[in-house]
Design a protein around this ligand. Structure first.
Ligand SMILES: Cc1cc2nc3c(=O)[nH]c(=O)nc-3n(C[C@H](O)[C@H](O)[C@H](O)COP(=O)(O)OP(=O)(O)OC[C@H]3O[C@@H](n4cnc5c(N)ncnc54)[C@H](O)[C@@H]3O)c2cc1C
Length: 479
């Protein structure tokens, strides 16, 4: 009987656990260790942040789902991983009791998502800093309350300066910040307060609509259009000012300090700011047989797990090598360790980084969105199933082979809401297969905006929660 341990139960880990439970059932032991006992449907938090959805509508308890699937659940935070062969185990701290828990494994899936590195930008973040975040549920609830307080000021006639975007030169997740600024815009229009708010988008993207994926070239209304033109038109229409090519360096109570591509330093005054922090890997220790630190064999400097990608290539080389992106998500040194979702180390950025004259690297890090994380979770799980049942892996899917659909909400109402639907194939441009400027399939890659997107986003919330609860038919709903 093989023991498979998944750490983390987000989009990647929970998806992996469902496939492992389904395929390995009672013949093998599947365990999930996670520091949260709830699954969070994160994409709907942008609605929690404007008070249009209750926080509890975005979460559900994991244990009842795992009980049905014969998966053990341990509510603990992973502290150490001891990966040496013959004696492989994970040490965690139980959340309720603070007791140490030690679990042995034959196969391990690391799916612990991002550490929100607010400390990477002095003054950033809601815990001890001055800005807000939508990257955890407690944060988004705080953000909503601060937004409500801003609305009260506007009702009294005060003008409020609101800033949204990225709070670090190397941040990712621009898509979530874009959704939030658009939902705030729409909410303020509905409340008749839009003229009382100045909305500014500040980000490390090379251009508007880059989203860390080198933007999208697609057909919109039958005509070729870039996501830069598309998002520029949306912001112009909505009266949102923008400042890209900017790395936020610090924040204080009144100002956001930044540097741009030209190396100019500047500051922006604000009353309310929601800025996405840098993401790093979770601070887990990797310890060898003799107590030595073996982290270098498992994780890169920021703490993301090294898998079967080609690391260390310059951007120019990586840009022309789609095969440098990992396909099986297996650590080369410890081949029974897999990593999925944000926890795996990408070989480099998708969008071209820029180093300014002061030596600051401004680079939108590659997003590993929910869909991509779920696909990778499935691939890692099915490879483990393969290794247990056949002795060889048969599942491979690089981000340079993956399709991704992103539905960016721009107001949740099913009457007059909207969403930008963006489909990109592949996620990482492949200039070998698609020798165009964009490196993507122009037939599949697509952008659309309208009320049907709002309906789709609403339906996705319910469909995915159904899937993640492993209700009948969950497997036929794609990741
Ligand atoms: C506001 C917002 C909106 C978004 N909207 C979209 C969208 O519309 N579409 C889309 O595709 N993507 C969206 N994303 C991105 C998406 O949420 C992420 O890509 C996805 O959550 C990544 O999945 P993951 O499993 O890697 O990490 P997570 O979902 O963060 O899961 C990590 C898991 O690891 C656990 N964990 C962490 N540390 C430990 C530890 N030490 N021990 C044990 N467990 C641990 C956590 O509790 C969690 O269960 C959005 C993100 C945000 C913030």
């Amino acid at each position: 009987m093989a023991k498979v341990l998944v750490i983390g139960a987000g989009f990647a880990g929970h998806t992996a656990a469902l496939y492992l439970g389904d395929k390995l059932g009672n013949q093998h032991e599947v365990t999930v260790m996670s520091n949260r006992d709830m699954f969070s449907y994160i994409p709907s938090w942008i609605w929690v942040g404007v008070g249009h959805m209750k926080p509890e509508q975005t979460v559900f308890k994991l244990k009842p789902v795992y009980d049905r699937m014969g998966i053990k659940f341990v509510h603990a935070a992973v502290k150490e991983i001891h990966p040496d062969a013959g004696d492989q185990f994970v040490i965690g701290e139980e959340i309720e009791t603070k007791n140490e828990v030690r679990l042995t494994y034959d196969y391990l899936v690391v799916a612990t998502g991002p550490k929100l590195n607010f400390a990477g930008t002095p003054g950033l973040g809601p815990d001890g800093g001055y800005t807000h975040s939508i990257c955890s549920l407690p944060h988004v609830v705080k953000t909503r309350d601060a937004y409500f307080a801003a609305i009260e000021k506007m009702k009294k006639g005060e003008k409020v300066r609101m800033v949204f975007g990225t709070g670090h030169p190397g941040a990712t997740c621009q898509g979530a910040a874009f959704e939030y600024i658009e939902n705030v815009h729409k909410d303020l229009v509905k409340k008749g307060l839009r003229d009382k708010a100045d909305l500014l988008w500040i980000s490390n993207e090379r251009a508007l609509g880059d989203f860390g994926v080198r933007g999208i070239q697609a057909k919109y209304g039958g005509k070729p259009m870039s996501s830069e033109d598309f998002i520029s038109a949306v912001f112009k229409d909505h009266g949102i000012r923008s400042q890209v090519q900017t790395g936020v360096t610090s924040v204080d109570e009144k100002k956001i300090y930044w540097e741009n591509y030209e190396g100019e330093k500047g500051e922006t005054e604000y009353d309310f700011a929601m800025l996405i922090p840098q993401f790093t890997g979770q601070p887990v220790k990797y310890i060898g047989k003799n107590g030595e630190d073996v982290s270098e064999k498992v994780v890169n400097k920021p703490g993301f797990v090294l898998v079967d990608g080609i690391y260390g290539l310059t951007y120019d080389v990586l840009e022309r090598n789609p095969d440098a992106w990992p396909s099986a998500y297996q650590n080369p040194t410890y081949q029974n360790i897999f990593a999925a979702g944000i926890a795996f180390a990408p070989p480099g950025p998708i969008s071209k980084p820029h180093t300014n004259k002061n030596g600051m690297v401004i680079a939108a890090a590659p997003p590993r969105t929910g869909m991509v994380s779920g696909v990778i979770g499935r691939v890692a799980a099915l490879n483990i199933v393969d290794l247990i049942t056949k002795g060889r892996m048969t599942h491979h899917e690089r981000m340079s082979e993956m399709v991704a659909a992103c539905i960016a909400s721009m107001g949740d109402s099913l009457w007059d809401g909207s969403a930008a639907v963006m489909v990109l194939y592949p996620v990482v441009p492949d200039v070998k297969r698609f020798p165009t400027e964009s490196g993507r399939d122009s037939f599949v890659s697509h952008m659309e905006m309208g009320i049907s997107g709002a309906w789709m986003k609403f339906m996705l919330h319910h469909t995915f929660i159904w899937k993640f609860k492993a209700k009948p038919g969950w497997k036929i709903i794609p990741e």
